[in-house]
Design a binder for this molecule. Structure first.
Ligand code: TXA
Ligand code: MG
Length: 298
């Protein structure tokens, strides 16, 4: 796996690679993604293969502006436009009726397409330099933990990439909010740190093909507990009692930002189990609870 600083030269090479149908490790403000030309079916299929991901789970297409998003869709309801204006660039993905420019491979045959404008200078430069809409699922093996730094991309995925552009640590730290915008009202398919107050889809909702009960998991089993014991390995909100306990901030934005990096770190120590102290249950922790529950497999 080749990690490069995002110099003009590296960006130019990465953009040419995207246009040639290859895969690039791309930083975003949420997590790192496997970037490809979203209009190239072969590149998109290579993305699924690199992740070991079933081809029935559609990809998010990353663009630079609302105008660019409009070119990929066949409709943009007023409430969705409001969301785009409020949150883009940012961790908000909108599912909209698909236009003919998007091949069925990218959307797993669905008549909708997920789009967002990422809030990361390197991602925006790659989109601009390649002149293509860029599909990018999180750069982890299927069901695994998303990477929030270039170093946390597993070799099995990294080896499939032409290069990884190093954009530093991802600021948000968990994946974007996914909102279905094909009905009368927005419907949250995947909660994220861009929180909007609306209905959430039921896990069995056919509109959310990516909602597997187990997901975002470290290799060691993860369990949510009230409190860590003196010898446990895991994440605490209190004073750590041994070197395999890591304290995370008791504020959700800062907690989310460090969550996956901390789980990657603990996972590398191969503890029999990773225990995570239950964070508060208020609404501003909902996206974190979603990821913890999925990591636990419940
Ligand atoms: O923050 C993020 O969203 C990151 C960065 C790289 O942008 N990407 C990401 O992609 O998390 P991925 O592929 O790991 O997750 C995309 C989610 C999946 O749950 C997928 O099912 C859902 O978005 N999705 C994509 N297209 C969809 C569509 N047309 N309808 C419903 N859900 C869709
Ligand atoms: Mg993912």
């Amino acid at each position: 796996m080749r990690i490069e600083q995002p110099t003009d030269e590296a960006l130019k090479e990465a953009a040419a690679a995207i246009r040639a149908g290859r895969l690039i490790g791309m930083p975003t403000e949420t997590v790192y993604g496997v970037a490809a030309d979203a209009t190239n079916p072969e590149a998109v299929l290579a993305t699924f293969e690199a992740k070991g991901r079933p081809a029935e789970n559609p990809l998010i297409v990353h663009v630079a502006s609302i105008e660019d998003a409009r070119r990929l869709v066949s409709g943009f309801p007023a409430y969705a436009l409001t969301l785009a204006e409020m949150y883009w660039p940012g961790p908000m993905t909108l599912v909209l009726p698909k236009g003919p420019q998007v091949p069925p491979e990218t959307t797993a045959g669905l008549e909708t397409v997920a789009v967002r404008v990422p809030d990361h200078p390197v991602a925006l430069r790659l989109i601009a330099a390649s002149g293509r809409p860029i599909s990018a699922p999180s750069a982890n093996r299927f069901m695994g933990l998303s990477p929030t730094s270039a170093e946390d991309i597993e070799p099995s995925v990294g080896d499939r990439l032409h290069m990884v552009l190093d954009g530093g640590r991802c600021r948000v730290g968990i994946e974007s909010t996914v909102v279905d915008c094909t009905g009368d009202r927005p419907l949250v398919l995947r909660p994220g740190m861009a929180a909007i107050a609306t209905e959430a889809a039921a896990p069995s909702d056919r509109r959310s093909p990516g909602m597997y009960p187990r997901h975002y998991s470290p290799r060691s089993p993860l369990r949510i507990v009230e409190s860590l014991g003196a010898r446990d390995a895991g994440i605490t909100l209190k004073v750590p009692q041994n070197p395999l306990q890591i304290r995370l901030p008791s504020e959700p934005v800062a907690y989310a930002s460090e969550l996956y990096a901390t789980l990657h770190l603990l996972d590398r120590c191969k503890p029999p189990e990773i225990l995570v102290e239950a964070p508060p249950t208020s609404q501003d922790w909902a996206a974190i609870w979603d990821r913890l529950r999925k990591a636990q497999g419940s």
